[in-house]
Every structure is written in structure tokens, then in C-alpha cells.
Ligand binder design. Sequence first.
Ligand SMILES: Nc1ncnc2c1ncn2[C@@H]1O[C@H](COP(=O)(O)OP(=O)(O)O)[C@@H](O)[C@H]1O
Ligand SMILES: [Mg+2]
Length: 263
Amino acid sequence: MSAVANPTRAAREDTPRSPQAGAPVVRLHDVHKSFGALKVLDGVSLDVGPGEVAAIIGQSGSGKSTALRCINALETIQQGTIHVCGHAIHDPQLDRRALRRDVGIVFQSYNLFPHLTAEQNIMLAPTCVKGMTKAQARELAREVLSHVGLAEKAEHYPEQLSGGQQQRVAIARSLAMRPKLMLFDEVTSALDPQLTGEVLKVMENLAREGMTMILVTHEMAFARKVASKVVYMHRGRVWETGTGAMLDDPQTPELRAFIGNGL
Ligand SMILES: Nc1ncnc2c1ncn2[C@@H]1O[C@H](COP(=O)(O)OP(=O)(O)O)[C@@H](O)[C@H]1O
Ligand SMILES: [Mg+2]
């Protein structure tokens, strides 16, 4: 379907997408992580399959961001295993550059370079990391910007864009690397409701196109509607997991209290 809608995509793809339909894109098994004496992940196991959208919810400090950072090898773990797009993250020999090509991550802060236009921000990695020519990278930047509804903002600087638009540029920048997996850590938390809506819309479209995604979010309505798997973390553990319907029928007092406070 996407090949018809976007015929240039297959031609540009320099690594084939995972052919093992059904094999998990992400698998955490009994992951333990401490910062000094503080245990932050206490035996986390989680599978995310191709095209799945997993929403991680939970109180502040429950280990959500740390879990995402471990998945992307931004933190090392003390025990357990993590496999992501065929990479063994726990392996000291991990090829981080190869991992970075497969996994995109977007944070609450957009981290755009203020002295570069939207388009130039997006062109940076394809030219520096993938060795694209400027012309190729510009064409790619235009394509991913139109994908997030910002075709007309290519030559704007970050300060000329709203927070929601800047976040969409940050998402487009990740998409330009053609990731197999996208991680989102509270990407709408700094935005007001209207701008939140436009960013969530972009994420919902990505989900519909089949992108495998793990997102940490406070947006319960979004989790209920878009996520194929909702993961409630509490004290560094996967406390409860299920489909969006789990939010309507929590099985643990902790999730019940969390939802009660959150809505
Ligand atoms: N780099 C770090 N050094 C020390 N403690 C950290 C570090 N990162 C996170 N923590 C602590 O780990 C716990 C979990 O943090 P985090 O994963 O950010 O939670 P969440 O994203 O669910 O709010 C918190 O108590 C936090 O203070
Ligand atoms: Mg966090």
C-alpha cells in the first residue's frame, strides 16, 4: 500500500525492512537497571511486534524514560536482555551506529538547531551519517516535512515555528533516517492542548502506516485509541499490561488510583 502511495520509498531504502513477520521488533527480558543504590527497572519484560504501538503509562519516577533509554542503548543495564530490530542491546559489542539507523527517538524537548532552518535540521543526519548529497537530502527533507504537514515551513527557523510545529520537525528529522522503530518520550508534555492535538495526529498517522512505536504518554485517550498494547509501569515493574480496554477495567488498585488521578 505504502509502496503505491510513495513510490520513492523503496528505492531510497538502503536496508530492507525486517522480513520476519511476527518476530518481535523489541524484546525486553527481565531487565534490571539501578542508578547507584536506586533500583529503577526491577525485572521488566516486554515484547513489541511489527507494526505494534505500545503506550507506556505510569507515575513520574516509575522508570518509563529509563526503559526507553535502555531500549535505545542510551543507558546500560545490569541484568537481563534487550533485543531491538535484531540488535542485542545488552551485548558490549553492540554496533551503536547500526542501531541508530534503525531506531528514532523523540523527546519532550525538540533539540532543533536554532541557526538552521527546518529543512537544514532534517538534512544534517542524512548527509553526515548516510552520505547523501545535499540535493538528495533536501528532497528527502521536503518529503518528510510534507508527511508531518509542514511542507510550507521548510525554510523557517525554529523560532519562527510554534512548539507543535517544532516537535513535528523533530519527528520528521527522525523519519528521514527511515527508522524501523520510533520511540517517543512525552513528546506533547510541553504543548498546549491544540498543539498537542496536531502532534498526536502525526503519530496516529504513523501508527496507521504501520510504524512500530513505543511511546511514553500522559494522553490516556490517545493510548486507549491508538495503542495496541498499554503498559502500566509502577516502581520499575510492568504492573499491568493489556489493550486500551485495560484502562476501563483496571485489575490492580495502583492502576485504578493512577487512572483516577490522571483523568
Ligand atoms: N541518570 C540518572 N541518575 C540517577 N537517577 C536517575 C537518572 N535517571 C533517572 N533517575 C531516577 O530514576 C527514577 C526513574 O526515572 P525515569 O525513568 O525518568 O521515570 P519516569 O520517566 O517514569 O518519570 C527516578 O527516581 C529518577 O530520579
Ligand atoms: Mg520520563
